[in-house]
Design a protein around this ligand. Structure first.
Ligand code: ZN
Length: 334
């Protein structure tokens, strides 16, 4: 993106520029008088100008008069309606009727009363709490670390910063649509690390969420680019049983993937998923323990310079949040 083209100065068209000839300044005054004066005077000015009054005064200078005004003045030499007069009663009635016709009837908002849980991946404090986040937790099918630090860009922008920023933008969009939004955590002093992946899942379950999205960015090799959405595999073991969420989670994930591609312009990951932008996994506790439709989205690769340029750009993150939100709203029938 270029930043070296400054916009034209708003003062370049000033009518009081001292280097303009005296007659153009007088011309400007004549136009101002025509607009502001009573309509009979305006008519006189128009007639006078058209007759070539004033040395070198271009007739085009009269053009800014409102069209309806000059049309009346041209037709009969006097104006029957001021430029600010309201439209005819017929036109007003017509405009009013069309306005009410375009106002939708009070249909119930299909999103009202629905709950979305947003899970900002990792936590910026995890780096300082390696003992806590390395503790093993039960994910039903296996045991796994409570949480991980996440990745960073080569310049040090943390995945956990990215996920929280996108999640907050996402919350704003969803709440504006009337959805209730619950976060698994807000980081900050009350949550210096984690939550653990099993707790993240339980928060979505406890909220009886209609949709849960865990926001991430990947950390793989340079040249690997693009987004992918991770869907839960069908698993059963211990407290994990995803049979009921596999289908709806796929629908949610497909909606998010297509909308994310549309709003960001990013392509599906070129390093997994066979170009579909969709990957099924059976090893993520946050999916295995979920009883609600849930997906992860890996928005891009923080270790690729081109993807990192997107992920660190706030405007791009807004597009990412909008795409995820559009996918959720579509899934919920909004
Ligand atoms: Zn992650």
């Amino acid at each position: 993106m270029r930043y070296d083209n400054s916009p034209p100065s708003p003062e370049s068209g000033s009518s009081i520029s001292p280097d303009r000839p005296w007659y153009t300044r007088r011309s400007t005054l004549a136009v101002a008088a025509a607009v502001l004066a009573p309509t009979c005077l305006a008519g006189w000015v128009l007639t006078h100008a058209l007759a070539g009054a004033g040395p070198g005064e271009p007739q085009a200078r009269v053009a800014p008069l409102p069209a309806s005004h000059s049309a009346h003045a041209d037709a009969d030499g006097k104006s029957s309606a001021s430029p600010s007069a309201p439209a005819s009663p017929l036109a007003s009635a017509s405009a009013s009727a069309s306005a009410s016709a375009s106002t939708p009837a009070a249909a119930p908002n299909p999103l009202a009363g629905r709950t979305v849980v947003i899970d900002p991946g990792h936590n910026t404090g995890n780096f300082q709490h390696s003992r806590e986040i390395n503790r093993q937790v039960d994910i039903g099918t296996n045991r796994k670390e409570c949480d991980t630090t996440g990745t960073t860009t080569n310049s040090g922008y943390m995945e956990a910063e990215f996920t929280m920023d996108v999640s907050r933008r996402l919350r704003t969009v969803l709440e504006a649509r009337g959805l209730k939004v619950v976060f698994t955590h807000e980081a900050g002093p009350e949550r210096p690390w984690g939550p653990c992946i099993d707790e993240r899942a339980r928060i979505g379950n406890g909220a009886k969420a209609d949709a849960v999205v865990s926001v991430h960015a990947d950390g793989v090799s340079e040249g690997s680019r693009g987004y992918h959405v991770i869907l839960p595999a069908k698993v059963k073991g211990g407290s994990a049983d995803t049979a009921k969420i596999v289908g709806p989670s796929r629908q949610l994930g497909e909606r998010i993937a297509s909308n994310f591609a549309r709003t960001t312009g990013s392509g599906p990951a070129n390093y997994l998923g066979s170009g579909t932008g969709l990957v099924v996994r059976d090893d993520l506790g946050g999916l295995n323990l979920s009883t609600q439709p849930k997906v992860f989205i890996e928005c891009g690769n923080m270790r690729d310079a081109k993807d990192a340029a997107l992920l660190t750009n706030p405007q791009w993150r807004q597009k990412a949040a909008q795409g995820i939100a559009d996918g959720i709203v579509g899934f919920l029938g909004g």
